[in-house]
Design a protein around this ligand. Structure first.
Ligand code: GTP
Ligand code: MG
Length: 470
């Protein structure tokens, strides 16, 4: 791959803004040489940085070599190759926080021969220098972006290289099989070596099974990484905003006895059992002003499209109305699109006016959760059901390994197809050289996950998702 560049890169690795310290990172062949030009020890003496042992910290100053002016008081940390994040020589400067100082130091380092790093470039070098594979690089992005304990755990598992190990094992078996087939193509004399076709199919089937079970973890991985979009719908005044606040455990949305209080959708993140739920409060289906009504209706429909879970509320203290009927139509449409829906019968503290039969006659769901948001009844039950319904039918990985993104999923799906194709081929007694090609393809697709078989565009795409300085 042409991607590996030899120049020395530098970036501020701490978030912008004022802070106690700010860290500048530099990596590359010239990192030590460049640091040498600007670093002075506590007595402002020049010291040979190369002679320091690796992974040691040194108190001192950064000076401008041209006019010898002190720019900052710092701690320099040296990490010699290959024992660094990038496997190159790395220097970290712990400077004082504050964007002005950090900028000055960066400018100085640029003047001395470094170049500004692109987003993710440090991690890209770690990948290109073979310290981590692509699945681990992706885990680093997920780790940085993780919002819940579970997604953090999942990224850590992947960072440990568990997915890589698994894929590598499957690849090794495939390589063995390929070698056997190859020997048969090269020495076609049936008397010398004969492939045991049954055994061969069985081994391929085993790999296929493993691939399938990995693919099954994708939905779980997606849920714990991205969270669940939850949309609360219901006619005006059913208590949507009250529920929104109850789930958030704070008064975020305005609640009034007037219909049409909520005009625009509100969104907040909550965590239930380590899963992130993005809760969206919507405007009721019937607002008094017609124009807004149409806009908010359109908005609600687009929110429903994006929803993974819908909380559909009904006010049982009121008569069943046309608006409720419209909500029911929306629910049924959503169910057809395989969305998950929970029906909430709210205001059970008041006298029931809505007939149960009427409510459920057109509904495709026959169960409900009964709440009084006002009296805080049924909220715990609702929270439990929310977690339960999300995991219904979803396979949770027993070994913690999950497929974490579309890229990995697609590569696995392609490998799966190639494996299935080869199995059909064996049944039809296709020549060994054709079988070889199919299995070789499966091997290459598996290689895409770890990044041995991958094109530059994909690599660029992955690393551009990082922040600068990582
Ligand atoms: N008695 C009773 N009143 C409730 C309950 N839940 C909500 N309310 C009241 O119903 C009224 C409307 O509640 P909201 O949460 O604003 O309803 P909404 O669905 O967001 O209304 P819009 O934003 O106007 O569509 C408020 O006066 C709430 O206090 C409940 O369980 N019991
Ligand atoms: Mg509201």
């Amino acid at each position: 791959m042409r991607l590996l560049e030899k120049d020395t890169i530098v970036a501020i690795s701490t978030p912008p803004g004022e802070s106690g310290i700010g860290i500048i990172r530099m990596s590359g062949n010239k990192a030590i040489e460049i640091a040498q030009k600007v670093f002075r020890d506590k007595n402002l003496k020049e010291r040979k940085i190369v002679d320091y042992s690796t992974h040691t910290a040194h108190y001192g100053f950064i000076i401008d070599p041209e006019n010898k002016k002190i720019i900052d008081e710092i701690i320099l940390i040296l990490m010699k190759k290959p024992y660094s994040y990038t496997r190159e020589d790395m220097i970290e400067f712990n400077c004082h926080g504050g964007i002005l100082i950090l900028k000055k130091v960066i400018e100085l380092l640029l003047k001395c021969g470094a170049r500004l790093a692109n987003p993710g470039e440090f991690t890209k070098r770690a990948f290109l220098n073979g310290r981590i594979d692509l699945s681990q690089a992706e885990a680093i992005i997920d780790l940085i972006q993780a919002k819940t304990e579970r997604s953090l755990q999942s990224s850590l598992t992947q960072l440990e290289g568990r997915l890589k190990e698994k894929i590598t094992k499957l690849k090794e078996i495939l390589i063995e099989i390929l070698a056997e087939i190859e020997a048969n193509i090269d020495f076609p004399d049936q008397d010398i070596r004969e492939l045991n076709v049954d055994k061969l199919s069985r081994r391929i089937k085993n790999i296929l099974e493993e691939v399938n079970s990995l693919l099954n973890t994708f939905t779980y991985g997606k849920i714990i990484r991205e969270g669940i979009n939850v949309v609360i719908i219901g006619k005006t005044n059913v208590g949507k905003s009250s529920l929104f606040n109850a789930l958030l455990k704070e008064n975020r949305a305005i609640v009034t006895p007037l219909p049409g209080t909520t005009r625009d959708a509100l969104e907040e993140l909550i965590t239930l059992q380590g899963i992130a739920f993005r809760i969206i409060d919507t405007a009721g289906i019937k607002n008094p002003e017609n124009q807004i009504e149409e806009i908010s209706l359109r908005k609600m429909k687009s929110l429903l499209d994006k929803a993974d879970l819908i909380l559909a509320m009904f006010d049982i203290s009121a008569q069943f109305s046309q608006e409720d009927e419209e909500i029911i139509q929306e629910i049924n449409k959503a169910i057809e699109k395989n969305k998950k829906v929970l029906i909430i019968e709210n205001k059970i503290d008041l006298e029931r006016k809505m007939e149960k039969e009427r409510l459920f006659s057109d509904l495709k769901i026959k169960e409900s959760i009964r709440t009084s948001v006002k009296e805080r009844l049924g909220i715990n039950k609702l929270e439990k059901e929310m977690v339960k319904i999300v995991f219904k039918g979803i396979i949770t990985p027993h070994n913690g390994i999950t497929i974490n993104n579309i890229r990995q999923k697609e590569a696995l799906q392609k490998a799966k197809k190639a494996l299935e194709f080869s199995l059909r081929g064996i049944k039809k007694n296709i020549p060994y050289d054709l079988l070889y090609i199919d299995l070789r393809e499966a091997l290459d697709f598996l290689g895409e996950i770890t990044g041995e078989q991958i094109n530059e565009e994909i690599v660029e795409n992955i690393f551009s998702r990082f922040c600068i300085g990582k």
